[in-house]
Design a binder for this molecule. Sequence first.
Ligand code: PAF
Length: 278
Amino acid sequence: MKVFKNIDQVKHFTSLIKSVGKTVGFVPTMGNLHQGHVSLVERAKKENNIVGVSIFVNPTQFGPSEDYNKYPRTIEADMEKLEKAGCDFVFVPEVDAIYKDGGNSFFVTEKTASTALCGKFRPGHFDGVLTVVAKLFNICHPNRAYFGMKDYQQLVLIRKMSEALNMGVEVVPCTLVRDDDGLAMSSRNSYLSTEDRKKALKINKALKAIKESFEKGNNETDNLKKIGLSVLVPDVSVQYLEILDANDLSSVENASQGCLVAVAGFCGSVRLIDNIIL
Ligand code: PAF
């Protein structure tokens, strides 16, 4: 497995691969890798000749009171997991290399779907995500890029960005991976105390209760939300519970098959997100 820190080196490597007609699959990450990330690498491996992963804790997507400084950095364990998963190259740039301009002058901004869900509560977050992913796409020029459906809004916005800005990268949505107890895998789960982790299980339970009720014929969004909230409260301090169009995150009058049910809430001081498709 090749490890690149330097932008020109990784650019040169991927352009060489593509010049001989081979495909590059790419998995952008912030490290602290878990089985969810590994499943993205495995899928990319099946669909491409060469697979690369970036590990970069991106400062521009964290708010001033968020966890940028304490975000878990576990580079050695990450490298081992990637080697085992058959990753071909890892790109581990420094902050100064990615943000030569200081990171505060150029941004990619989306103005519709980014205002829903997490966008309401994390101002500037998606500008940071889209900007760094645009940079990583421009550096690595992958044929395909793989994103988990847990960060559903992120996935929608990156897909829209690639289409709107003619980036030519196929954005591949990948199944959300859960632990055996049903908790959606996330690097931030490591912040949960044993007690808060138990509370966090209510999130998946609530989503399942909503889906079950929908499958029995209930399509009233307000009523479905009430069912979800009755499972979540008081263990989860709910930030939002929404039922939206899964393609563009617009509001829907009644829930229908294929709609997104998305939730965000705090268990203790840890903010978790999760979702399910009806
Ligand atoms: O999902 C993540 O880990 C990050 O938001 C991403 C896509 C790697 C951009 O920093």
